[in-house]
Ligand binder design. Structure first.
Ligand code: AP5
Length: 234
């Protein structure tokens, strides 16, 4: 399966992607994670992207498309789930062109729909593990020991772009620049709207039901829940 997961900041894209890849053995390609890794390593890409990310603006399409498309093409035959990309109509068009050049296309678009009023609380309560990338929430998805990752014992951190002011900018940019991507896909692909206001387990169930009924039948990549642990499943 080649899946795009769309949704506003805090809709739960990262949380659900981790569960989907554990279950379906797909490659998880998160543009935000790639950018944060590059920033931590102080690469040229990371330096170029930094000021945009800190203010809640989108990084320019040219930088993002170059960063994502080669990796996506390499993973096209094995299956992938895209998290945070594409985020503009231009990025979606470039992705389609790039996949078409190797005779592939996006199979399914999952659109996580969340009310704006829930976004701020999800973002400001988020805590992440700097070592393994597990994502928690101080109220909704707590670790066993407060402030400590269940997987590796690392101290959990807060993302710098999760401050209320930056979250407001990110949400505004989502409505202006990323919502049109949903319409783009509604004209070109199969799009499923998913109620992301529900708790994380309920959202996972909705996604599983959809993937089980809509996965391309020729792929030999059925669900295998024993293949990996589901992060934050409590
Ligand atoms: P990115 O990292 O992609 O951020 P985002 O899209 O704003 O999404 P988030 O990671 O903040 O939220 P999420 O939906 O993954 O939610 P999560 O699962 O963590 O991008 C960061 C920046 O990079 C951008 O602002 C931009 O500058 C740049 N960038 C990235 N891609 C780009 C692109 N393609 N083009 C241009 N620029 C780009 O959940 C959030 C919290 O809620 C967690 O605490 C979680 O535990 C909790 N939670 C999750 N689900 C639920 C639930 N169902 N109920 C209750 N709590 C829940």
């Amino acid at each position: 399966m080649r899946i795009v997961l769309l949704g506003a900041p805090g809709a739960g894209k990262g949380t659900q992607c981790k569960r989907i890849v554990a279950r379906y053995r797909l490659l998880h390609l998160s543009s935000g994670d790639i950018l944060r890794t590059d920033r931590a390593a102080d690469t040229e890409l990371g330096r170029k992207a930094g000021s945009y990310m800190d203010s809640g603006a989108l990084v320019p399409d040219k930088i993002i498309v170059e960063m994502m498309t080669e990796q996506i093409k390499k993973a096209a035959d094995d299956g992938f789930i895209l998290d945070g990309f594409p985020r503009t109509v231009n990025q979606a068009e470039e992705l389609d062109k790039s996949l078409a050049s190797i005779g592939r296309k996006i199979d399914i678009v999952l659109n996580l729909k969340i009310d704006d009023r829930l976004v701020a609380a999800r973002m400001t309560g988020r805590r992440s593990c700097p070592q393994c990338g597990a994502v928690y929430h101080i109220e909704n998805l707590k670790p066993d020991v407060e402030g400590v990752c269940d997987n590796d014992g690392a101290e959990l951190v807060q993302r710098p772009d999760d401050s209320p002011e930056v979250v407001a900018n990110r949400l505004e940019n989502y409505h202006l620049q990323t919502e049109p991507v949903v319409d783009y896909y509604k004209n070109n692909s199969t799009v499923y709207d998913i109620d992301a206001n529900k708790n994380a387990d309920e959202v996972s169930t909705l996604i599983d039901d959809l993937l089980l009924t809509s996965a391309p039948k020729t792929e030999n990549r059925g669900p295998n829940v024993s293949e990996g642990s589901i992060v934050n499943s409590k």
